[in-house]
Design a binder for this molecule. Structure first.
Ligand SMILES: Cc1cc2nc3c(=O)[nH]c(=O)nc-3n(C[C@H](O)[C@H](O)[C@H](O)COP(=O)(O)OP(=O)(O)OC[C@H]3O[C@@H](n4cnc5c(N)ncnc54)[C@H](O)[C@@H]3O)c2cc1C
Length: 364
């Protein structure tokens, strides 16, 4: 059987692409080596932060604004507000503020005392400045992947899990994909293989670095009430040594507890922080968090040198689209990435400027 499009990888990005393509009338085959919403890639762990103010760069904002609207349409966003904290010249604070100003995004700037007045569980050290984004919130990655797969299936996509893609090649009419079970042909191919891009896209020799991360769910000694979503926001805190932990409120989920983790650190590999080390690191900011945890879970970042993902056409073949290297900040973008990849396959173009994400962009 021949398809219009094959989507390889049905994680955060691929599930959204399969849904968007099927909803545009494409005959889609979606392939994944694992079951839906599995925990072997990068799209598990109960929560992902969604925000529009973006220290990673103003070029993301048009994509983020559209993605935010799509999260609302999907009914999957829990709006909690978000605090992005650091010294005045830190990347997290200054970068978030620059994008908010450049794109006229609603925000407030708070000093350390304001933060504690508004969110009593949080006591930033004096001199800390915070940007508060009321629209920020969380989505569940597992629920989002399942919802996108459902939408894809309802729109007619043929979704096959437990089937590993062994290789792909181009043909005169499009592409051929060989799996552990069969060989398929299609007019186009979307490769969204997460950390496995290092093998499925080995021909591109993309500068990808796969790094472990650990998510911890803390069990605050005084209870989690002070960390409830109506009185505690999502947050990212850049410390003076550049270490950037983050966390989310105690939203309902299988783990219970208050989630926190290390996003980046120039001084020590982020996965080396034990729960107790992270509790110590966070004690000045969150004195009620404690250091005992109910659960810790491994995950992986696939990082590019600039931490901007690779999204666009495969340089060797127009009919092959590539989306990988999301560098620990891609989940919030998945709904819009689905639309963008569908536009590129069906229309041949997208209204978004994706040059900064091009797989062929010069190294930074
Ligand atoms: C701990 C952690 C916290 C994060 N926090 C945030 C956050 O707060 N906000 C945010 O926006 N982002 C966050 N991210 C980043 C975000 O979750 C990822 O960027 C996103 O999930 C990546 O999705 P993906 O589709 O590229 O990868 P994945 O979801 O891993 O999907 C790739 C899929 O491809 C399949 N696959 C690969 N190779 C093959 C093959 N050969 N055959 C068949 N199937 C194959 C895999 O099985 C997998 O299902 C975080 C990531 C981690 C790890």
């Amino acid at each position: 059987m021949s398809y219009d499009v094959i989507v390889v990888g049905l994680g955060g990005v691929g599930s959204a692409a399969a849904a968007a393509l099927a909803r545009r009338g494409q005959l889609v085959l979606g392939l994944d080596q694992y079951p839906p919403a599995h925990d072997q890639g990068a799209s598990h762990g109960e929560t992902r932060i969604v925000r529009k103010t973006y220290f990673e760069g103003a070029s993301y904002v048009p994509l983020l604004v559209r993605s935010y609207a799509l999260w609302q349409e999907l009914g999957l966003l829990t709006r909690t507000g978000g605090l992005f904290l650091g010294a005045e010249d830190s990347r997290v604070l200054a970068g978030s503020l620059a994008t908010a100003v450049a794109h006229d995004l609603a925000h407030e700037v708070l000093d350390a005392a304001d933060v504690t007045r508004r969110f009593p569980a949080m006591t930033p050290p004096a001199g800390t400045v915070a940007l508060y984004e009321a629209d920020a919130g969380v989505v569940s990655p597992e629920a989002a992947v399942r919802a996108q797969l459902d939408r894809a299936a309802v729109a007619g996509a043929d979704l096959r899990h437990g089937e590993q893609v062994l290789g792909w090649s181009t043909t005169s009419a499009g592409v051929r994909v060989e799996t552990s079970a069969a060989t398929y042909e299609a007019g186009a191919l979307v490769l969204a293989p997460g950390r496995w891009a290092t093998s499925l896209l080995a021909d591109l020799d993309l500068p990808l670095r796969v790094e472990p991360r650990v998510m911890h769910w803390f069990d605050p000694p005084g209870g989690a009430a002070a960390f409830a979503p109506d009185r505690f926001p999502v947050w990212i805190w850049e410390r003076s040594d550049g270490t950037a932990p983050y966390g989310v409120p105690a939203v309902a989920g299988p783990s219970g507890g208050v989630k926190a983790a290390v996003h980046h650190s120039p001084v020590r590999p982020p996965a080396d922080w034990s729960a107790a080390d992270l509790g110590d690191l966070l004690a000045p900011l969150l004195p009620g968090l404690g250091s005992s945890v109910v659960r810790s879970v491994d995950c992986t970042y696939t990082l590019t040198p600039s931490e901007d993902p690779f999204v666009g056409r495969h340089p060797g073949c127009d009919r092959v689209l590539v989306a990988c290297g999301f560098s620990g900040h891609g989940f919030k973008l998945t709904p819009v990435l689905g639309e963008v990849l569908a536009d590129l396959v069906v229309d041949g173009s997208t209204r978004y400027d994706l040059d900064f994400l091009s797989p062929t962009r010069p190294a930074p």
